[in-house]
Design a protein around this ligand. Structure first.
Ligand code: GDP
Length: 183
């Protein structure tokens, strides 16, 4: 099946990537999802990191392999191999920093240059717990998502709001596309 394949315990394995500006919360969205942890420290390491999580969609067990840039975006050092084979992307901005929202255009261009054409992209406005610091309204995120054909969700990695839901939405959509192709 190309990019999604069977292994012993699960029916499918999907690769998905996290992208977005530095500091938007990518690594915390990953650790919250995969280990239910939140990290207040910043990352000491540079180099791609990834985590696995099993998700049940209907009667299928799907193993999601989620890649994190681990800080490489700071040096604009993400290469095409990061995106290779990825069926989904979580494109993250920080709703308390407008610049991270403005930069989405650049990230979308990069995704469309390197990634699969039918990649499932979930636009994620993170840090919804910081209500007094909000610089990007929810409807701005929603409008952009509609215009670009993306899924959309606001999350808080800190308070564990909508994190599971965002990944679930991505994995379910990937599953729908992949199983449809295999018919
Ligand atoms: P990355 O560079 O995109 O991987 O971002 P990190 O996950 O390292 O997070 C950057 C900073 O934002 C850290 O200080 C985190 O503690 C903080 N952070 C991440 N997610 C949230 C969130 O949902 N709410 C709040 N208040 N802070 C967050």
């Amino acid at each position: 099946m190309g990019d999604a394949f069977n292994d012993d315990e699960c029916d499918y394995l999907f690769k998905a990537v996290l992208i977005g500006d530095s500091g938007v919360g990518k690594s915390n969205l990953l650790s919250r999802f995969s280990r239910n942890e939140f990290r207040l420290d910043s990352k000491p390491t540079i180099g791609v990191e990834f985590a696995y999580k099993n998700i049940r969609v209907g009667d299928k067990l799907i193993k999601a392999q989620i890649w994190d840039t681990a800080g490489q975006e700071r040096f604009r050092a993400i290469t095409s191999s990061y995106y290779r084979g990825a069926l989904g992307a979580m494109l993250v901005y920080d709703l308390t920093r407008r610049a991270t929202f403005d930069n989405l255009r650049k990230w979308l261009e990069e995704l469309r240059r390197f990634a699969n054409t039918d990649m499932v992209i979930v636009l994620v406005g993170n840090k919804s717990d910081l209500v007094d610091k909000r610089e990007v309204e929810e409807k701005e995120g929603r409008n952009l998502a509609e215009k670009e054909g993306l899924c959309f969700m606001e999350t808080s990695a800190l308070e564990n709001v909508n994190v599971e839901e965002a990944y679930l939405e991505m994995v379910t959509k990937i599953f729908e596309i992949t199983s449809h192709k295999n018919v």
